[in-house]
Ligand binder design. Structure first.
Ligand SMILES: Cc1ncc(COP(=O)(O)O)c(C=O)c1O
Length: 393
């Protein structure tokens, strides 16, 4: 029976009849798996590499498999591989797929550590990265493809700058040239169906909304063909990838309430972004659901909703020091990395925006807000007094 996303989130990865009736899958830790005989071990070993079969702890156990099945289903893919972090969900498929002499395209708006990885590890292995304007059109993408281009990396919306990419248009051109499309879909969890829009490899930092409580570090890579599963899974096994079962269990628990938390974060984020839009200190908000965000038309076409993470560009009359003064004055917004948890956060972002294609330059200083589950009026009152500090009032 086809089930809707809320039902999937409640049911996926659970098998109470196999679990003595308990609602949740068990949290299993373990290295060695004992077999009844040498022949039994051999039999299991023949199938364990590509199937969810317990053979040795490193290859995953019931806890990992339950989360992987759930994430694959939520994304509309066939298989998922959990990884030790969101960043390793980016580096694993890149290392598993690319080889020396090949080239990849990465958007200028990419998550900073992805750029660092490309510029350090991939460069050391002779794999060349070019950075492109995230708003590139499918037509102008053609000129950026080289005979040795193998991956079009995408991230939509972009980190800190929130450009929404034309993923279906870009994927069409990439596929016509034999190029695989990777997407960091962390922001678009539940709201962007990667495989319906031409993505081959979907990447998630489960640290964010699926975890939801700022207490785990975890990633997942999702694919939807057997061919993609084989190189991804082989890469994971060969590189000794492992994710903590404790974190997988917490992520699985997080999935059960994900749609409720995400709905609340979306509504609060839009309300606060609207309030900020009307403020004289603000030049514009960088929220994909707002026309002031580059690529808003692709958001309207391809996404079913938003999360609670967005950017703000202040009027050019305010300096970086003014923005720091405002952030330090906020009482309800924590100052720290990451997002998708229950608590509100803020960071100045102008200094962290690194560009090579000359994009992402705003009229004023920028900050990123993660809206949590606090009372909205409390958050707005806090922002109001923060903006007073920005003005030096
Ligand atoms: C878009 C995006 N992708 C990936 C990551 C990496 O996730 P993790 O912190 O689990 O390594 C982050 C973390 O902030 C992120 O914002």
């Amino acid at each position: 029976m086809v089930r809707k996303i809320e039902t999937t989130l409640v049911q996926a990865g659970r098998a109470p009849v196999r679990q003595y009736g308990f609602v949740n899958p068990p949290l299993k830790r373990g290295s060695t798996v004992l077999h009844a005989s040498v022949a039994a071990k051999k039999e299991v070993g023949q199938h364990a590499a590509f199937e969810p079969i317990e053979n040795y702890g490193l290859m995953g156990n019931e806890t990992h498999f339950a989360l992987e099945a759930a994430i694959a289903e939520i994304e509309g893919g066939t298989r998922a591989q959990v990884t030790s972090s969101g960043l390793s969900a980016i580096t694993l498929p890149l290392l598993a797929y690319l080889k020396t002499g090949e080239h990849l395209l990465v958007p200028d708006s990419v998550y900073g550590p992805t750029r660092t990885f490309c510029d350090s590890v991939l460069t050391r292995f002779g794999i060349e990265t070019s950075y492109y304007d995230p708003m590139v059109t499918p037509e102008s993408l053609k000129a950026l493809l080289r005979p040795n281009t193998k991956v079009l990396f995408t991230e939509s919306p972009g980190s800190h700058t929130f450009e929404v990419q034309d993923i279906p248009g870009l994927a069409k051109v990439a596929h016509a040239h034999g190029v695989k499309v990777f997407l960091d879909n962390t922001w678009g969890i539940l709201h962007f169906a990667p495989f319906q829009h031409g993505v081959d490899v979907s990447i998630h930092a489960l640290t964010k909304y699926p975890g939801g409580h700022s207490d785990i570090i975890l990633g997942a890579v999702v694919v939807n063909t057997e061919e993609d599963w084989r190189w991804l899974r082989l890469g994971a096994l060969q590189m000794g990838n492992y994710a903590s079962p404790d974190d997988c269990w917490l992520a699985l628990r997080g999935l059960r309430t994900l749609h409720v938390r995400l709905k609340a974060a979306e509504a609060a984020g839009i309300k606060i972004a609207n309030w900020l839009t009307a403020r004289p200190e603000v030049a514009r908000v960088l929220h994909p659901a707002f026309p002031s965000c580059p690529g808003h038309e692709f958001f309207k076409r391809d996404f079913t909703g938003a999360c609670g993470l967005f950017g703000v560009v202040f009027q050019p009359r305010y300096s970086a020091d003014d923005v720091v003064r405002m952030i330090d004055a906020l009482a309800m917004f924590g100052i720290g990395a990451s997002w998708g948890g229950f608590e509100s956060l803020v960071l100045p972002t102008t200094g962290t925006i690194r560009r090579s294609a000359g994009t992402g330059i705003f009229e004023g200083e920028a900050a990123r807000f993660q809206i949590g589950l606090e009372n909205i009026d409390d958050l707005i009152a806090d922002l109001d007094q923060g903006l007073r500090a920005l003005r030096g009032a």
